[in-house]
Design a protein around this ligand. Structure first.
Ligand SMILES: [Zn+2]
Length: 295
C-alpha cells in the first residue's frame, strides 16, 4: 500500500509538472525556419575596443563592455543562450554584469533568448517603440511571421526607444537609428569605441532585407512598408562610420574578414565598398519588388 500511495503521489506530481511544462511549451510555436549556421558555435573575439562578437556562426550578438556593466545586442535563437553565456565568460566577462539588452529588430532569430537572458542577468530590455508590441507578444503581431502564436518567449520592454535616442552606460553613448521596413521598429546602432590606437566609429546596421511575403504596396498591420523601406535605404546610404557590422554575420561577410584565432585586427572591418554593395544589392531587390507591387 505505501508503495501504491507513493506511486500515485509521484504520478500526480509528475502529471502536474508535465502539464505545467506542456502549457508553457504550448504557448510557443516553432519558428518558421532555422538554419544550421544560425545554431553553430563560433569562437567569440574582440572586434574593436570594448566591442566583442559573442554570437553564433551567423546570428551576430554583440557585447559592449564598460566598467559599470555591459550591453548585449541581439541573442540568437532561444537554444543559443548558454552558448552566448559561455562566449561572454570565455572572453573574461561576467554574464551577470550585462545591464542593458538591445536588439536590431524583434524577430525570433535575434530576440528569442531575451526572456531567459533578462531573467538570468536582471538587465533592462530596451526596444524600439515600434517593435515593442511584437517583443511583448512573442512575435505574434509581426506582420509577416505573426498571427499563429508566439515564436519566442515574450518580453515586456523596460524602455521604449525612438529614432535618434541615446542609450548610455558609463562612457558609452549609443545612437539608435530607426531603419524601418524589415520590421517597423528595426534599428541600427551608431557609436564610438576606443582602443590603444584611436577612436573608431562603429555602425551595427539593420540591413533592409525583405521576406518573400513582403508586399511593398502595403500589408495588414503595416500599410506604409514601401515608404519605410525607401526611407531606410536613403538614411543608411548617408551614414558615416569606420567599421560596419550587422544582424547576420553573412551580411557583413564576417567569415571572409575574420577566422577564429586571428589576432586582434579591427582594420579588417573597415569596408565601405562592401557596405555600399550590400545595400545596393538589397535596393535592387526592393526596386524589382516595387515594380511588381507598385505602391
Ligand atoms: Zn529579421
Amino acid at each position: 500500500m505505501p508503495y501504491f500511495k507513493t506511486s500515485i503521489f509521484t504520478l500526480a506530481i509528475s502529471a502536474c509538472l508535465f502539464s505545467t511544462h506542456q502549457t508553457n511549451a504550448q504557448k510557443l510555436i516553432p519558428p518558421p525556419f532555422v538554419t544550421k549556421e544560425w545554431q553553430m558555435e563560433y569562437k567569440p573575439f574582440r572586434i574593436v575596443g570594448n566591442l566583442y562578437y559573442v554570437g553564433t556562426y551567423d546570428l551576430a550578438c554583440y557585447l559592449i563592455t564598460t566598467s559599470k556593466g555591459h550591453i548585449l545586442i541581439n541573442t540568437g535563437l532561444a537554444e543559443s543562450v548558454n552558448m552566448i553565456k559561455s562566449n561572454v565568460e570565455s572572453l573574461g566577462f561576467k554574464f551577470s554584469d550585462i545591464k542593458i539588452l538591445l536588439a536590431t529588430h524583434a524577430h525570433f532569430d535575434h530576440v528569442a533568448g531575451m526572456a531567459d537572458i533578462k531573467q538570468m542577468t536582471g538587465a533592462r530590455m530596451m526596444i524600439n517603440e515600434r517593435d515593442a508590441r511584437a517583443l511583448a507578444d512573442g512575435g505574434n503581431s509581426d506582420f509577416v511571421f505573426g498571427g499563429k502564436g508566439s515564436t519566442f518567449k515574450p518580453v515586456k520592454a523596460d524602455r521604449l526607444l525612438h529614432d535618434n535616442d541615446t542609450v548610455r552606460l558609463d562612457n558609452m553613448q549609443i545612437t539608435v537609428l530607426n531603419h524601418p521596413g524589415h520590421t517597423q521598429g528595426a534599428n541600427s546602432f551608431l557609436f564610438d569605441v576606443k582602443d590603444e590606437t584611436k577612436t573608431w566609429r562603429v555602425l551595427i546596421a539593420n540591413m533592409p532585407s525583405m521576406q518573400t511575403q513582403t508586399n511593398l504596396a502595403g500589408m495588414e498591420g503595416y500599410s506604409d512598408i514601401g515608404k519605410d523601406y525607401a526611407y531606410s535605404f536613403a538614411a543608411l546610404k548617408k551614414l558615416q562610420f569606420d567599421i560596419w557590422l550587422s544582424s547576420h554575420a553573412g551580411q557583413f561577410k564576417l567569415h571572409e574578414k575574420h577566422k577564429p584565432d586571428d589576432p586582434y585586427n579591427p582594420q579588417v572591418f573597415i569596408d565601405r565598398p562592401g557596405y555600399d554593395e550590400t545595400l545596393g544589392n538589397l535596393e535592387k531587390l526592393y526596386l524589382q519588388r516595387l515594380n511588381r507591387n507598385p505602391q
